[in-house]
Design a protein around this ligand. Structure first.
Ligand code: 4AD
Ligand code: MG
Length: 462
């Protein structure tokens, strides 16, 4: 008989029907007449209670049914008098698929610390918390594709291996098949990349944007959604070396249109989570962050503030607040500054625009003042920057001059510059950090806890 998922069974009537359920044992308790097994199969945070009458199933057979073991239960779906749920399964037979020796299985007691669970990241999906986080992660990925599909965007698959540095920050991982201990050398002693796999130095991409722009200038509206890589040595609760990014890019969008899209998109995703992940969100609210549901609803109910960088700096300077990093016009905002604006001053999400060109990437549209660019960062409570984007420089001359000015490798960017030579158009886009979104939606406070296998400096286990 085909088994049913526990989420489905828990929604059924207590019909007495014959059912099969398969899952992992969370706990077993009882006495010499009856045993109660809490079984979970990952389909929802709730367990289903399996009631074992020890006159039907021998106690001997239950010995290997311990926490962590995987079992199949055949029985009847009956009303549950005391488990807090409508139904439970009255077991008629149990098959043990895989035992879990209580001496060695690490997930015995409840309430392990998140730090401990990071060390056993390969097992943590079996906990309630990570089950909930991973289901929410799935739902958000699905909602992202759904949103763009409903709004006429095409999913463009941009490459992960690249020869260009989109953000110009130089924090890239090299991709090479050369023997690192004995690389071929040119006559002047440099590594001879012409003999490397791609015939030139290559890296893992920090962003799919540059290729995304090519897509937008042909298909009108595209998005990428894939892994991106940054070799910056930032050991913070908000940075990963490998993270997923969603990057829409739109022809004929100016900065205001870009902001409208970012706000609508974020609200859609949050609403989707509230509508579709209710049980998991309630669990996260109860366990980790008592104001989570309230904060999600708050973001839905309020317009985002739109503010010039210059004005933001003025507010920070006049705040009288002692920041760890003092700030002034021209400085890159730290998360303490972003959070001050969002959490204390405006008490709602803020979109900061028109940043100094020195602290932003080469491709952003230059403003007439000669000092600022049409950048936008969306700043969120608890998170700081959740989105970074801009209107793009569409003018060949201005873009070329900026590339020159920054001493960038125009030979690697020739194809990008060419888009401004033929059929250039105003266009805009942004990047949403998927894990930053998940921090906000799940209420978790460390980015390592919203991705199944975090990659951070000195850590690539599993
Ligand atoms: O602001 P960033 O660097 O912007 C870009 O990469 C642009 N090319 C995006 C675009 O316009 N298409 O990164 C975008 C977002 C950030 O706002 C943040 O949410 C996330 O990506 N992010 C990170 N998330 C986790 N770990 C890191 N190390 C991150 N760096 C950026
Ligand atoms: Mg940024």
């Amino acid at each position: 008989m085909k088994h049913l998922r526990i989420a489905t069974l828990l929604g059924r009537e207590a019909s007495g029907e014959q059912v099969t359920v398969k899952g992992w044992v969370r706990t077993k308790r009882g006495n010499k007449n009856v045993a109660f097994i809490a079984l979970n199969d990952g389909s929802c945070v709730s367990n289903i209670q399996i009631v074992v009458d020890l006159s039907v199933i021998a106690e001997e057979q239950l010995k290997t049914v311990t926490t962590g073991a995987c079992i199949r239960v055949d029985g009847r779906l009956v009303a549950s008098p005391g488990s807090g749920q409508g139904v439970e399964v009255q077991a008629e037979s149990i098959e043990v698929y895989g035992t879990a020796d209580p001496e060695s299985y690490p997930l015995q007691k409840k309430g392990h610390s998140l730090e401990f669970l990071r060390d056993i990241a390969y097992l943590r999906p079996r906990t309630n918390t990570f089950g909930a986080v991973l289901r929410i992660r799935h739902a958000m990925a699905y909602a992202i594709h759904k949103y763009f599909n409903e709004h006429g965007f095409y999913y463009l698959h941009t490459p992960l291996i690249t020869a260009s540095d989109c953000e110009g920050a130089g924090a890239m991982f090299n991709v090479s098949t050369l023997d690192m201990n004995n690389p071929p050398r040119t006559e002047d002693g440099k590594v001879d990349y012409s003999q490397d796999f791609f015939g030139k130095p290559c890296s893992l991409t920090v962003s799919g944007q540059l290729e995304g722009e090519l897509g937008a200038l042909a298909l009108g509206q595209i998005y990428t959604f894939g892994p991106t890589f940054r070799a910056e040595n930032s050991n913070t609760p908000r940075h990963l070396a490998e993270f997923w990014m969603i990057e829409p890019e739109m022809a004929f969008y100016e900065l205001d249109d870009n902001m409208d899209l970012a706000e609508d998109f974020l609200k859609y995703l949050i609403r989707y989570a509230l509508d579709n992940c209710r049980e998991d969100l309630e669990f996260m609210n109860k366990m980790w962050d008592k104001s989570l549901l309230e904060r999600l609803q708050f973001v839905l109910d309020n317009d985002f503030v739109r503010l010039d960088y210059t004005e933001g700096i003025r507010i920070l300077e006049e705040s009288g607040r002692k920041f760890e990093f003092p700030c002034h016009w021209g400085c890159d905002l730290q998360s303490e500054h972003e959070r001050y604006l969002v959490e204390e001053h405006f008490k709602r999400p803020v979109i900061l625009i028109n940043y100094p060109k020195e602290i932003k990437a080469f491709y952003m549209k230059q403003n007439a003042d000669g000092k600022t660019v049409r950048a936008m960062d969306v700043l969120f409570p608890q998170i700081g920057e959740i989105i970074g984007g801009s209107e793009r420089e569409a003018d060949f001359g201005k873009l070329y001059a900026r590339v020159e000015e920054l001493g960038m490798n125009e030979r690697e960017l020739w194809w990008y510059l060419d888009t401004r030579r033929w059929g250039s158009a105003p266009h805009s886009g942004f990047g949403l950090g998927f894990e930053r979104l998940l921090l906000f939606v799940t209420g978790m406070s460390n980015i390592r806890d919203v991705i199944p296998f975090p990659r951070t400096p000195k850590n690539a286990e599993f």
